[in-house]
Design a protein around this ligand. Structure first.
Ligand code: F6R
Length: 607
């Protein structure tokens, strides 16, 4: 989603800003822009890729201070006018903004009534004019931003540049902003990974924080004028290095990284002799785990599907009632929050606004919420304070792959831990631990020979729609397979628990309709195979994901893709891989922008 990068120091800012935007490209965007301060503010913006912006930059855009932005459209279409930066009418104030100004309609009307000519359809532009009006009233840059934000309702990650001041004023509320502290230079970005080539010393702004950046340092304060608690922390440089290597796309690279990232996630977190899991970051004793009344897992998209797999694993192993929730719905349904329950917020980026809002709602109502997060130091991780890092490493492709697997692995380890504190026998726990530890090698083995994926690609690529079916833990895998194919190949997909198919979606089936069925050799297999028969009877073309050696199942399929067999609780870690490959190869075949699918963003920082 929208990205911010800003710089002030002794170097020429333009190239630094363009390179900063490049590191934010993976988040998804549709236009970009840059403003540089010299004696005046000069700015350029355009629709499309950062490469387009670079190609239209004027040659003499020199200056040691500037701000740059990638925009993912919310208010107003994808146009040059709507791209950021936005400037005051006299060009003396430039702003870039992530988030949504909720009262922008009223503010726009008021500004127009005051005689201001607005240049864009965006909510963000009002900030440039409000700040400028405060400057005209004699307020300092910092106080101007403060006054403008007090007139505003919504979320912001904001940077403002002033023609007559060598500084960048930043503010955060609900949209991440990280300051990079350099030697004689300062940086700001919406994503810490954009900062790591320059500095590892960062300040994560909290909601309600403001910061004034100069070459000499950073001054933070609160919106209400109080002093801020923001402190400098050191982040891991290696996180930001995500090289595509010999792979044509990050998505394929990340699919192939799963064996290694699963090892990173599982390593040292299970105890075979006890059949137990060991997640130190939860800081939950066996006694506390025993006292938990119920569990709620919260996430969006792929993370939600991981929650749905995790829910089944927790109920299976710990016999504690567990629910998974769509984060964007959770907060607004006035959820009943119990202090005896445990809430887990699951997110790759740790910045998803819907999930972050759910976390805050739970905390506001006195609940305990922990993060299951990939990005270290992200907003949700910090808001939760405790939890599990899933250790996937950087995920650059918009379509999430390796993070799904590591979320499922982390939730499985959690299931073991709470299971062993409650009802899970050591013997049963040991079986799961053994199976989990074998998974990375099994995924590796599958990736060495992924079966007739390309045949499946031909069956799917021109289909008007694709149906995905599975039961038990394979039902969320079906949803994940459908989501992947939809988002990278733009083919309409439906996913249903296989038994539910005959209650409606079967009406879609006709001769040749592709149906992808996830059918590991678990207790649901026979029933799922009956559903396969029902599809075949209507002419459907069956692509079946089944366990290696299960020839009885394979024979029912038009295209049978075998994965190594494992414990039924963790079968999603294997069955999801062919679905990721299917989506990837269909997208390539159709010429899609695989790593940056249209309209999507990697880090969804608006609700
Ligand atoms: C799908 C995908 C999205 C994300 C969702 C949540 O491939 O990437 O559906 O899973 O936006 O993102 P995180 O996990 O960062 O909270």
């Amino acid at each position: 989603m929208c990205g911010i990068f800003g710089y002030i120091g002794n170097q020429q800012a333009t190239n630094l800003l363009i390179n900063g935007l490049r590191r934010l490209e993976y988040r998804g965007y549709d236009s970009s822009g840059i403003a540089i301060l010299n004696s005046k503010i000069s700015h350029t913006k355009c629709i499309g890729r950062v490469a387009n912006l670079e190609s239209v930059l004027p040659e003499n855009m020199d200056g040691n201070c500037g701000i740059a932005h990638t925009r993912w459209a919310t208010h107003g279409g994808v146009t040059k006018e709507n791209a950021h930066p936005h400037l005051s009418e006299d060009g003396t104030v430039a702003i870039i903004h992530n988030g949504i100004i909720e009262n922008s309609r009223a503010l726009r009307n008021w500004l127009i009534a005051e005689g201001v000519t607005l240049q864009s359809e965006t909510d963000s532009e009002v900030l440039a004019h409000l700040i400028h009006r405060a400057r005209c009233d004699g307020l300092s840059p910092l106080d101007s931003v403060r006054r403008a934000l007090r007139q505003t309702r919504g979320t912001w990650g904001l940077c403002a540049l002033f023609e007559d001041e060598q500084m960048i004023v930043c503010a955060r509320n609900g949209s991440p902003l990280v300051i990079g502290v350099g030697d004689g230079e300062s940086f700001v970005a919406s994503d810490p990974h954009a900062l790591t080539p320059h500095t590892q010393r960062v300040i994560f702004l909290e909601d309600g924080d403001l910061a004034v950046l100069t070459a000499g340092g950073v001054q933070t304060s609160r919106l209400d004028g109080d002093s801020s608690d923001a402190t400098v922390t050191t982040i891991d440089q290696s996180w930001g290095v995500a090289d595509i290597g010999d792979f044509p796309h990050f998505m394929l690279k990340e699919i192939h990284e799963q064996p290694e990232s699963l090892r990173q996630c599982i390593s040292g977190r299970t105890v075979l002799s006890e059949g137990n899991g060991k997640l130190g970051g939860l800081d939950l004793s066996a006694k506390k785990l025993l006292e938990i009344s119920h569990i709620r897992l919260i996430g969006c998209g792929t993370a939600l599907h991981a929650c749905q797999v995790g829910r089944l694993a927790i109920e299976h192993m710990a016999r504690v009632p567990t629910q998974s929730h769509v984060a964007s719905e959770f907060r607004y349904n006035n959820p009943v929050i119990s202090p005896a329950a445990l809430y887990l917020a699951v997110s790759q980026s740790g910045e998803t606004a819907d999930t972050l809002s759910a976390v805050k709602e739970i905390q506001l109502k006195g609940g305990t919420v922990m993060g299951v997060i990939n990005v270290v130091g992200s907003s949700i991780a910090r808001q939760c304070g405790r939890g599990v890092y899933i250790h996937s490493g950087p995920e650059q492709a918009v379509a999430s792959t390796k993070a799904f697997s590591n979320m499922v692995a982390s939730l499985t380890i959690f299931s073991l831990q709470i299971g062993r504190a409650r009802s899970l026998s050591k013997r049963d726990g040991k079986q799961v631990v053994k199976a989990l530890n074998a998974i990375p090698n099994q995924v590796e083995k599958y990736l060495e020979d992924s079966g007739p994926i390309m045949e499946a690609v031909q069956a799917v690529k021109d289909a008007p729609h694709v149906l995905f079916l599975g039961r038990g833990a394979s039902a969320p895998v079906a949803r994940e397979g459908a989501l992947k194919l939809m988002e990278v190949a733009y083919i309409p997909c439906l996913a249903y628990p296989a038994g539910e198919m005959k209650h409606g979606p079967i009406a879609l089936l006709e001769e040749g309709s592709p149906v992808v069925v996830i059918c590991p050799n678990d207790k649901f297999r026979a029933k799922t195979l009956s559903n396969v028969q029902e599809c075949k009877a209507r002419g459907a073309k069956i692509i079946l994901i089944h366990d290696e050696g299960d020839d009885e199942a394979a024979i029912e399929a038009d295209i049978a893709i075998a994965v190594p067999a494992t414990h039924s609780v963790i079968s999603p870690l294997l069955t999801v891989v062919p679905l990721q490959l299917l989506a990837y190869h269909v997208a390539v075949e159709l010429g899609r922008d695989v790593d940056k699918p249209r309209n999507l963003a990697k880090s969804v920082t608006v609700e």
